[in-house]
Every structure is written in structure tokens, then in C-alpha cells.
Design a protein around this ligand. Structure first.
Ligand SMILES: [Zn+2]
Length: 292
């Protein structure tokens, strides 16, 4: 079987320890399976972008010895593909225009779960509108390689937005279209995205795509218990010292390089990690906070 994995950061900030975990785990899993490992920059939300991230992310990965296959794919170049998928859904009556604001929805139903209002009361053609996909209250079940069997009902979100009122495509649509277009077979990423997975599976089903195998690694949290993220100012990775950070990331992922590798170079350490990659040792949730 061919294995195609990927790392798909959004350029809203520089890579930090949490991003390194996702990059490293997906890289090692791909390489251990003699697979390809792709790099995709998810730059579909320009207002949220960090000006340096687009160039800094690939540089940091290179400094950490995580070399990807093929060209970097930028989502900002791929709007035509997302539009094609949206048109396909609309033509099959699986997506519809919606002009409701969050406030209107709250006033109407007292919750942020979409009530299907515009499915029967379509907004005027010249009115700015988002696009929502029909969820049919579907039940989704899948088995995550690390988190085990997951059951969801798509009733919590209701019909969800795939293109926003400001014309930007939603992350959920773009990621599903790209994974299918790039032939991605395995998705290894942080467990903060576990709850997004059922909606992605639903879209894959409606669009006639196959489902990748998902593995959600635990996310690193700071000492306050918050997930490391650009929003809570996680410190960027230090490009000048990849080895200690790689070593810490391997330990976090339950992979323990032997003492003999104490003075190993970056490439020796990665080579060991590929050969001895043991996904079964990855903990389901993080054991202790990350202190940097
Ligand atoms: Zn609506």
C-alpha cells in the first residue's frame, strides 16, 4: 500500500513545540512506512496570517531535518478546487446559501447550533451569504489509531459553514479537498482537531472521497493547562538548537532514544527515531505540562 502523509500548518504564527510534535509524528510515521511526506501551508485566512510565517515555517522544518517531498502546496493557490467541490455539493442539493448572523441564530434558537432556517427560506440572490453543508444529523463512527473508536452525531453544530459570508473558504472544506486531491492516506495531527474529524468524514462521504486513516497525538499544554498555541504566546522553536527540542519531542511522543545516543547529531537521532518508531507508545493524552 502507498502511504502519503502530510504536515499542514496554518501560517498564523511561527512553529512552536506543539507544532513540532505534529510535524515530527507525521514525518516519522510516513518515513517508517516508506511513505511520502508532504508540506501544505493552509493560508486561506489572510487577515489572521503572520507576515513571516510563510517563509519561516519551511526554513524551521529544514533546520530540524524534516525534509518534505515535492513542492510546497499553498491553499491560497487552490480556490478553484474548493469552488469546484462547493459547486458539486450545491448541484446535489447538499449545500445551501445562508445569510443568518450569529446574533439572529441566537435570538431564534438560543444556541449557536444552526437550525436549518435558510434551507427553506433561501436568502435573496443579491444578499451576501455563506454556504452551509447539509449534515442530515448524520451519525459518524471512526477508529483513530491512538484515541480509539469515536462516535459522533452531527447535531451539535448543525449544518456547518463551508464558505463564509466574506467569501473565504472554511478550513473544513479546504482540508478535505486537499487531502483527497493530494492522495493523502494517513493524517497524523494534534488531538485538538479530533472533534473536527467527523465533519471532515461527512464531507468526504458527500464528495465521494476515500477516508484517510486518522491518528490524533496528544497536544502539549503549558503549566496553566492551556494548549500551546500562537494565541497564548507559545515560544517559537529555536532554529539554532534542533537536537534538544527533537529529543524532548520524541520523549513526549513516548519514544525514548537510548543513552548511547546522548551526543547524537540531528540526523542520527532522526534516523534512530524512524527505525524505532513505535506508534503504540504514544500516550493518548499528555502526561505533564510542557515547560520551556
Ligand atoms: Zn441562515
Amino acid at each position: 500500500m502507498t502511504y502519503i502523509g502530510r504536515f499542514a500548518p496554518s501560517p498564523t504564527g511561527l512553529l512552536h513545540f506543539g507544532s513540532l510534535l505534529a510535524a515530527l509524528a507525521s514525518y516519522l510515521d510516513a518515513r517508517a512506512h516508506q511513505g511520502r511526506w508532504l508540506l501544505r501551508i493552509e493560508d486561506i485566512d489572510p487577515p489572521r496570517e503572520h507576515p513571516d510565517a510563510r517563509h519561516a515555517i519551511p526554513q524551521t522544518l529544514e533546520r530540524f531535518g524534516l525534509h518534505w517531498d515535492g513542492d510546497i502546496v499553498f491553499q491560497s493557490d487552490r480556490h478553484a478546487l474548493y469552488q469546484q467541490a462547493l459547486t458539486q455539493l450545491a448541484e446535489h442539493q447538499q449545500a445551501y446559501r445562508c445569510s443568518c448572523s450569529r446574533k439572529q441564530l441566537l435570538l431564534r434558537s438560543g444556541s449557536s447550533c444552526y437550525d436549518g432556517h435558510c434551507l427553506t427560506a433561501a436568502p435573496a440572490i443579491d444578499q451576501p451569504a455563506a454556504w452551509r453543508v447539509c449534515t442530515h444529523q448524520a451519525e459518524i463512527q471512526f477508529t483513530d489509531s491512538i484515541q480509539g473508536t469515536q462516535h459522533y452525531r452531527l447535531t451539535d453544530s448543525g449544518d456547518f459553514v463551508i464558505r463564509r459570508k466574506d467569501q473565504l473558504y472554511a478550513y473544513l472544506l479546504a482540508v478535505v479537498v486537499d487531502d483527497a486531491d493530494q492522495g493523502v492516506t494517513h493524517v497524523v495531527r494534534g488531538s485538538d482537531l479530533l472533534d473536527e474529524t467527523p465533519r471532515q468524514l461527512h464531507l468526504q462521504q458527500l464528495l465521494g472521497y476515500s477516508h484517510p486513516q486518522y491518528s490524533h497525538i496528544p497536544v502539549a499544554c503549558n503549566t496553566q493547562g492551556q494548549k500551546l498555541s500562537k494565541q497564548n504566546l507559545a515560544r517559537p522553536l529555536d532554529d539554532s538548537k534542533p537536537v534538544p527540542q527533537l529529543r524532548a519531542a520524541l520523549r513526549f511522543l513516548g519514544q525514548n532514544p537510548p543513552a548511547a545516543l546522548q551526543y547524537a547529531s540531528r540526523d542520527e537521532l532522526l534516523k534512530w527515531a524512524i527505525t524505532h518508531w513505535t506508534p503504540l507508545s504514544i500516550p493518548r493524552c499528555m502526561a505533564q505540562p510542557w515547560r520551556d
